[in-house]
Ligand binder design. Structure first.
Ligand SMILES: CCCCCCCCCCCCCC(=O)SCCNC(=O)CCNC(=O)[C@H](O)C(C)(C)COP(=O)(O)OP(=O)(O)OC[C@H]1O[C@@H](n2cnc3c(N)ncnc32)[C@H](O)[C@@H]1OP(=O)(O)O
Length: 164
């Protein structure tokens, strides 16, 4: 597949790894990303920054992500974790995708309340990268946790997936 057929966003990932200072915000995965893209009206609009060797984001779920009344949908919480994990890739300098994701919902996540997300990665084994994360409320209580395995892929994974 010729380079000219690669989506500019995908090509940008491969070319775009650069050192990020502690506390600095990362660019979104793409403008339309449902987790972090500023152009997606249905998205979470996560704003994620480096925190040591991990990443973190302050986030408030809103009425667009309602599950039970007043409570964030579990799928929206899982999406926040999954997208957050995607920012660890900037630190690792690897393209990878979620192979599995396990979320533990320890307490309801309220709408219109600020929460803190934090994610870290373990050591890569073969193509596998283990990652984990926590969601804490305003009182610093952990209300949800997540663990996932990301698998390293190349740019062709994404061009194939996009049908190009
Ligand atoms: C600049 C940075 C930005 C980057 C942004 C990019 C992200 C974009 C946005 C991010 C948004 C957020 C993120 C998203 O939304 S990512 C989108 C959601 N995820 C996907 O679409 C992925 C779909 N799945 C696949 O395409 C394939 O299954 C993949 C590519 C993952 C693997 O299929 P492939 O045929 O290639 O590989 P394999 O099956 O031989 O296995 C490969 C390795 O994995 C090990 N394994 C397998 N299963 C498990 C398991 N359950 N537990 C532990 N390990 C497991 C296996 O032993 C082997 O290990 P090793 O023997 O090599 O050590």
């Amino acid at each position: 597949m010729g380079q000219q057929t690669v989506d500019p966003v995908i090509a940008g990932w491969a070319a775009g790894f650069r050192p990020v200072r502690d506390g600095e915000y990362f660019p979104p995965h793409s403008p339309g990303c449902v987790g972090c893209g500023p152009a997606n009206p249905h998205g979470l609009h996560l704003a994620v920054r480096r925190h040591g060797e991990g990443v973190q984001a302050e986030h408030t779920f809103d009425d667009r992500h309602t599950g039970a009344p007043g409570v964030a949908h579990g799928g929206a919480v899982a999406m926040a974790f999954d997208d957050l994990f995607g920012f660890l890739l900037y630190l690792l300098g690897e393209l990878a995708v979620t192979r599995d994701l396990r979320v533990s919902y320890l307490a309801p996540v309220r709408l219109n309340a600020a929460y803190m997300l934090r994610a870290d990665h373990g050591a890569r084994v073969g193509r596998r990268i283990p990652v984990s994360a926590e969601l804490r409320n305003h009182d610093n209580v952990v209300v949800a946790t997540a663990e996932a395995t990301f698998v390293v892929v190349d740019t062709h994974h994404f061009t194939r997936a996009a049908g190009r």
